[in-house]
Design a binder for this molecule. Sequence first.
Ligand code: AKG
Ligand code: FE2
Length: 237
Amino acid sequence: MTTEFWKEGIALQPHFLSAQECEQHCRSVLELDRTEGLPLIERRVRERSLKYKVVNGLLIAEAITDIDDLTTRVEAELERTCGPGLAPIEDAVAARNINVTPPGGEYRWHYDRNAVTAIIYLNEVPGGETEIFANYRILLRGGRYQKIQRRLDSLLRLRFVRRLFGRQRLVEPHQGTLLFMRGNTTLHSVRAVLGTGDRIAVVLSYDFPGREHRRDALNDYLYTSASASPGDPNYRG
Ligand SMILES: O=C(O)CCC(=O)C(=O)O
Ligand SMILES: [Fe+2]
């Protein structure tokens, strides 16, 4: 039932990957970090900062050699859950990422620029929940009026406004779980990772081809409001 997804804004599929697959991916991600030294992206933000490392789309095959198979499996599930017509965003750097969030790391409140985002949790850590307010945005049509859009987004992001008008969901990172969410209408963030190990998650971005104009506008929005963190694929202009 794909209408269910668009109405709810999120869908969860536990045990999408086996523990064995996840462990193997985690080992090679950590190995890549050890040998190449993934850049730490850090930007202090009130309430919840941005502090994580990322394997971007150009590097991802080095960490997950069968990333194309994995992507194909996700896309079969994507079509079942969200319906037809979605494709990876046309940005090779940002379309397929692995987020590696160290202890104390977190991911600031934001909307994604694309229609549907898939997250696969490769391991479990204390903390590190994805905090979600699904279908919680006043999105102005066609990416116009960017200044007003920014104002609206900032307003909705306020804690008391979220509490008043939004419905909070906390998704704990469970190994092998696949999460789909409506990216550009869902306010979300990652809570601080506690404990001693890195939180590792695959993030895949999908959109309806031909909506470039809107995405570009949202890119601008992300770019200008975030003053571009170098190396962060999610903040490219
Ligand atoms: O890792 C997560 O749970 C969410 C990450 C995220 O929102 C992003 O990379 O845009
Ligand atoms: Fe996101």
